[in-house]
Design a protein around this ligand. Structure first.
Ligand SMILES: Cc1cc2nc3c(=O)[nH]c(=O)nc-3n(C[C@H](O)[C@H](O)[C@H](O)COP(=O)(O)OP(=O)(O)OC[C@H]3O[C@@H](n4cnc5c(N)ncnc54)[C@H](O)[C@@H]3O)c2cc1C
Length: 470
């Protein structure tokens, strides 16, 4: 049976695009190296029609499909099981930009296109595609939409969901559904697009998307600021909102530990300020008027914040290069953490009004429960999203620390998040990492409705089984 399927797949995509054995290895492990699977094969279709034919062949053989884009996801969603029975469907050959419509301010692109290529294509037509995250050089639009990725500009432009006007999807039975019409309004019943976005390859395979484009800002100003506390960071956010309005496009918080990791592992990166404060905030203003207008607004905000004691120090980027350096510090934190060793990760969101109390209370509880462990707390504070991670105490084996304490640490943090009305996955999704946690925290009715949707769209559970819903 498996040999017949492999033959059929080779006929559809060509022999060179069906990988087996050791050639599958790069597709069988997740970015963090936490999950290792074994694929029956990796199939690399080059068109939507080929995706549909692959799905039909797999459906006829009742073989499950794990869709994969850039394989940068952080929840193990793109890793197959270790049974050697699932087909990994890699979309990385499907990279073409089908259309840029500058009058409609839309771009239609195949799902395997790398995010940075989409940003560059938009810039080439003097438009902005604002989705931006540290993995943008390798993650794909399909993966961004399948995980409803957030990133650094959600504050102003929204998550991947808000940036998408239409999708082309191959269903579990191998049919092609398309809504690539570039409509900003379409109130004709249930919104299937929104159902597929964020479904992590469990409801359908995204093969193309129509995305929103925006005007390129006339000026951008970036500052790196030092603050006495997380409470001060929340206050600075309120001030920045009232001074800068919709111009505030980035507001990233970092505790000193997270920047110390960057300084240790990437010592060539310049630090704009001494790391002598407990918290730092990177904030960015994108202005539609002019550079002097932007600088004036920014100066008034920083003066006000210094005067009120909300901020103790600030460095304003003097060049585009310096602005890149500020962002690079922020974006290097996950990489520095990976260099330091495995750590217990939490991608949480809370109402912003509850963040300071949460960090103080739960941070204190973690110190008591896990003495010496280092809290690496950073994230998109403007969206109420923290990466609230626990690194093993210096000198303690990180793998052993993770295996011994992950379950109790997750329980402490996730229970506290849940009790405050927050989310246990703000932007990374559920995948296999949090499938059991989802069962614990989602209301039963919501789980039943989700299972009913899965049953309706994928009755034989062929698409990414074991992810999201278990
Ligand atoms: C350094 C780093 C920084 C990151 N920063 C952020 C951040 O700031 N914000 C954020 O939200 N995320 C962040 N992420 C995680 C983020 O979700 C992914 O980087 C990205 O969105 C996933 O895209 P991908 O193409 O790599 O998808 P993959 O990892 O290949 O897949 C992710 C999930 O989507 C499914 N999938 C992939 N493509 C398709 C498709 N075409 N159709 C249907 N299902 C599909 C997979 O089955 C899997 O469940 C970061 C990751 C890294 C490594």
């Amino acid at each position: 049976m498996q040999a017949m399927l492999l033959d059929a797949l080779q006929r559809i995509v060509g022999g060179a695009n069906v990988l087996t054995g050791d050639n599958c290895v790069p597709y069988e492990t997740d970015w963090r190296g936490r999950y290792r699977g074994k694929a029956l094969c990796v199939v690399r279709p080059g068109s939507t029609q080929e995706v549909a034919a692959v799905v039909q062949a797999c459906a006829a053989a009742r073989v499950c499909i794990v869709t994969q884009g850039g394989n940068t996801g952080l929840a193990g969603g793109a890793t197959p099981s270790d049974a050697g029975t699932q087909v990994v469907l890699s979309l990385t050959r499907m990279q073409s930009i089908r259309e840029i419509d500058t009058e409609n301010d839309t771009l239609t692109v195949e799902a395997g296109c790398v995010l940075q290529t989409v940003q560059d294509a938009a810039a080439g037509r003097e438009r902005l595609f604002p989705l931006s995250l540290a993995a943008e050089g390798s993650c794909t639009i399909g993966g961004n939409l399948a995980t409803n990725a957030g990133g650094t500009q959600v504050l102003r432009y929204g998550n991947a969901r808000e940036l998408c006007l239409g999708l082309e999807v191959v269903t579990a039975s191998g049919e092609v559904w398309s809504s690539l019409r570039g409509l900003r309004k379409d109130n004709t019943g249930y919104d299937l697009r929104d159902l597929f976005i964020g479904s992590e390859g469990t409801l359908g395979i995204i093969t193309a998307a129509t995305l929103k484009l925006f005007p390129v800002p006339a000026a951008q100003v970036t500052a790196f600021t030092a603050l006495p506390s997380i409470q001060a960071a929340v206050q600075l956010l309120q001030m920045a909102r009232s001074h800068l309005g919709a111009g505030l496009t980035g507001f990233e918080v970092m505790n000193a530990h997270s920047l110390q990791l960057v300084a240790t592992h990437f010592p060539n990166q310049p630090l704009p300020l001494p790391l002598d404060a407990p918290y730092f905030v990177l904030l960015e203003l994108s202005d539609t008027i002019s550079e002097p207008h932007a600088s004036g607004m920014f100066e008034r905000l920083l003066e006000h914040a210094l005067h009120d004691g909300v901020m103790s120090n600030a460095a304003v980027a003097q060049s585009l290069q310096q602005s890149f350096e500020f962002w690079s510090l922020r974006e290097s934190i996950p990489l520095a953490q990976a260099e330091e060793g495995l750590n217990i990760k939490h991608d949480i969101s809370l109402p912003i009004s509850r963040i300071a109390e949460f960090v103080a209370t739960v941070g204190g509880q973690l110190e008591t429960e896990f003495p010496g462990a280092r809290l690496v707390n950073f994230g998109h504070l403007g969206d109420g999203n923290l990466h609230f991670n626990l690194q093993a105490p210096a000198g303690v084996d990180a793998v052993e620390f993770l295996h011994t304490h992950q379950a109790s640490c997750n329980r402490l943090v996730h229970d506290a998040v849940h009790a405050r009305g927050g989310s246990i996955s703000a932007e990374h999704g559920i995948g296999q990492l949090k499938a059991a946690e989802l069962q614990r925290y989602k209301p039963e009715l919501e789980l039943q409705l989700m299972r009913a949707i899965k049953q309706a769209l994928d009755p034989h559970s062929l698409l990414n089984p074991g992810k999201v819903l278990i």
